[in-house]
Design a protein around this ligand. Structure first.
Ligand SMILES: Nc1ncnc2c1ncn2[C@@H]1O[C@H](COP(=O)(O)OP(=O)(O)OP(=O)(O)O)[C@@H](O)[C@H]1O
Ligand SMILES: [Mg+2]
Length: 513
């Protein structure tokens, strides 16, 4: 049951109980008043009777009283008078108690009787004396009994109770309804608005301000919520600015790395082209010296043609490489990309006695991305692993599909990612270095061996693909780097909890081929 109806019902029931107790107390007081009034009337009547009959000697009691009682009964209305004791005549059991009290007090004593199954009645014992008060020979000569049917008191009390009942029920219902409406307006609706605002925050909407201007507890809760929204908004803007700056920096770094690569390529070209150019120059000079020897001319012309073809090939390769550097978004078969990358390092792997295994899950979906950039990430991580295993070891690459929640986005739903995991048996990455290795120019390699840009650039590329990289210890020592890349568009991704790795099949070979 919801809060509003629950609080309204509980409070109304408590209220009904309290009102019922109050009405019961009113009825008790009403009954006591009625009894007091009846007692007063009986005492007044007893005084009048005593004044009319006294003095009455014990001898007169037997003879005079019956007639007096009979004539009084004719005028007493609801009261009934009887002689209950005189001379040696003792009162019966019913009157004995009242007579005892009346003789002890030497005054009329009355009491209300409520016998089981019989109507309520009032009885009073009235002592009669033989002389006026103060006379030395004054003594009690007889007792009169005054009886009155008092069932009218019960009727009056019950009648009042029944008259109050409808107002009580109506009052309680009206109170309950009013309470419910007030609770709904003042508590339930504001809380609902707060919950809607919290849901909106979960959806990423930080623009809502709720219940401004309320000065009670709900108002201060809403105020705290609004402050938190302001704080989150500012933090989000700050983070967006920092992210933009970081992206600019990463782009800058990638450009710097490309420039470095261009410099390296230029040196390579100079070296590669220099040799055939020397050969061409030498052969051309020989041709110029011996133009009359056809065999020599043909031989040198053939060599010059071969060298020109070699230069053409080198230039074509450079052109191909430069064309590839343009980002090309397509559906990428990561297993193929990984195997191609491993092909590039095949010689190095053999030289360092490293055993390579590729374990790719069956039916891996292609992912959206740039195959060259993904290959660059794979090569950077694999090269690091190879460099970490100078004296040989095992390099294992696992490819599988997992369902994960993107790191740092606790509220976003889990979605499918392709996980590229590279494990080696090198010395591993110290915990203290794990945050630093993604920083540009962080390297533990000797000068000239590493620029410290490989992982910084890889992180940028993976981030452009809306993925992330994790670092871990390998179970048997060494390092594990896991690259997570989203599978399909956000709209296509199923929503599920936790990791559900796809089945993994062994697909091994010295270089994964
Ligand atoms: N598999 C690994 N085992 C041990 N240390 C590693 C591993 N991968 C990375 N590192 C550490 O991370 C550092 C940074 O790596 P990163 O690829 O960014 O730069 P680099 O390899 O030093 O230089 P570059 O890649 O630019 O030639 C490395 O110098 C190394 O200390
Ligand atoms: Mg590296």
């Amino acid at each position: 049951m919801k809060l509003g109806p629950r609080v309204a019902i509980v409070t109304t029931l408590l209220m009904a109980g309290a009102l019922a107790c109050a009405i019961w107390a009113v009825l008790v007081v009403l009954r006591a008043d009625q009894v007091r009034k009846l007692d007063g009337e009986a005492h007044a009547m007893a005084d009048a009777l005593a004044a009319g009959i006294e003095p009455l000697t014990p001898d007169e009691a037997g003879t005079l009283l019956p007639a007096r009682v009979a004539s009084a009964n004719a005028r007493l209305g609801q009261f009934r008078l009887e002689t209950i004791a005189w001379g040696t005549q003792r009162p019966n059991n019913f009157w004995a108690g009242l007579v005892d009290q009346a003789s002890r007090l030497d005054a009329p004593v009355g009491q209300l009787f409520e016998p089981a199954g019989m109507p309520l009645f009032y009885a009073m014992a009235i002592p009669l004396h033989s002389a006026q008060p103060g006379a030395p020979d004054r003594q009690t000569s007889a007792f009169l009994g005054l009886v009155c049917d008092s069932s009218f008191i019960t009727a009056e009390v019950m009648g009042t109770g029944w008259r109050l009942l409808p107002s009580l029920v109506l009052g309680i219902l009206a109170f309950g309804l009013l309470l419910y409406l007030t609770l709904r307006r003042r508590v339930v609706n504001p809380l609902r608005r707060l919950i809607e605002a919290i849901d909106a925050v979960a959806q990423g909407d930080l623009t809502r301000a709720v219940l401004p201007g309320r000065d009670d507890e709900i108002g201060s809760l809403a105020g705290r919520f609004n402050n938190m929204m302001d704080y989150l908004r500012v933090a989000r803007e700050k983070e967006a600015r920092a992210t933009a700056a970081r992206q600019a920096m990463e782009m800058h770094l990638r450009r710097a790395e490309k420039l470095a690569t261009v410099g390296q390529v230029a040196a390579e070209i100079a070296h590669e082209v220099g040799t055939p150019l020397n050969v061409i120059g030498g052969r051309a000079r020989t041709l110029a010296k011996r133009p009359d020897d056809p065999a020599e001319v043909q031989k040198n012309a053939t060599i010059i043609t071969e060298q020109v073809e070699r230069i053409t090939k080198i230039i074509r390769q450079v052109l191909d490489a430069s064309r590839k550097s343009r980002p090309c978004l397509t559906q990428v078969d990561v297993t193929r990309v990984v195997r191609e990358a491993l092909g590039f390092v095949e010689e190095l792997v053999k030289r360092q006695h490293i055993e390579v295994r590729v374990r790719a899950a069956q039916e891996l979906q292609p992912i959206p991305g740039d195959p060259d950039e993904i290959q660059q990430v794979c090569l950077n991580i694999v090269m690091n692993a190879i460099h970490a295993m100078k004296d040989g070891g095992n390099l294992t690459i696992d490819l599988e599909q997992v369902v994960r929640r993107k790191e740092g986005l606790a509220l976003s739903p889990p979605s499918p990612y392709l996980m590229l995991q590279v494990s080696d048996t090198g010395p591993g990455i110290p915990v203290a270095d794990r945050d630093k290795i993604f920083e540009p120019f962080f390297t533990t390699k000797d000068p000239g061996q590493g620029s410290g840009l490989g992982l910084a650039v890889s992180k940028g590329i993976v981030k452009d693909h809306e993925g992330w990289i994790e670092v871990d210890d390998a179970p048997r020592g060494g390092a594990v780097l896991r690259v997570f890349l989203p599978v399909g568009s956000a709209a296509e991704r199923p929503q599920a909890e936790g990791d559900t790795p796809a089945p993994v099949v062994e697909n091994a070979g010295p270089s994964g081929r």
